[in-house]
Write a protein that binds this ligand. Structure first.
Ligand code: CO
Length: 208
């Protein structure tokens, strides 16, 4: 696709929206009150809204390499704060995906420059779950499991924030861990036991 095509597509999209609802864009401009915060990977194959059939206004979205939530990342932390405390979302989703280049890179011995500190967070996930991962002999299965465990650890990082703990107490905010399977297109719920995880986390990370 070239940039000319992008602007042509945009005109077509506007016409399609207005044909169905002539106040579509004026309604959108009034504001947003999404129910979900979605934290996913920047991977071009894993579109947030399209795979979930979501419309503009429904998902507040944050994407970075390998759907990470590092506690010192100003961008991720600002997104969580704004979504939880101002937009009042009731669900936070961390969505990883199989065949994630970021996770794969973290499984290999290579100096990737500025990516090193970012991917180190995934190496930490490997270290925490080394006992389980090292038992998986087949590399692709180990890689897939690391994708899932990384989602789980990033959910923990979400729960460690004061905003999320406060919103859980006040309005029962929920945190979900999902994985998108690029090979089948399927969205998989890892069924992370949020109350149990929160209980464990709160023993050490309670801020409220
Ligand atoms: Co990825």
């Amino acid at each position: 696709m070239d940039t000319t095509q992008v602007f042509a597509n945009n005109q077509k999209w506007i016409a399609e929206k207005l044909a169905i609802d002539e106040t579509y864009f004026s309604d959108l401009s009034k504001g947003q009150s999404p129910e979900f915060l979605y934290i996913g990977c920047s991977d071009s194959r894993v579109t947030a809204e399209e795979m979930m059939g979501a419309k503009p206004g429904e998902f507040f979205v944050h994407r970075n390499i390998a759907n990470m939530v590092p506690n010192n990342d100003l961008s991720a932390m600002s997104v969580i704060h704004y979504a939880v405390s101002h937009l009042k979302v009731n669900h936070i989703v961390v969505c990883g995906h199989y065949y994630c280049g970021g996770v794969k890179a973290a499984m290999q011995s290579a100096d990737l420059g500025i990516l090193n500190p970012w991917l180190r967070n995934i190496r930490d996930v490997y270290r925490i779950h080394r006992h389980e991962l090292d038992k998986i002999e087949e590399e692709e299965s180990r890689y897939k499991r690391l994708v899932e465990l990384n989602v789980q650890e990033q959910c923990l990082n979400v729960i460690k924030t004061a905003d999320v703990q406060k919103a859980y107490i006040e309005r029962n905010l929920q945190v979900h861990g999902w994985v998108f399977d690029v090979h089948s297109g399927k969205l998989i719920d890892l069924k992370i036991d949020f109350p149990k995880l929160l209980g464990q986390i709160m023993e050490i990370y309670r801020l409220q």
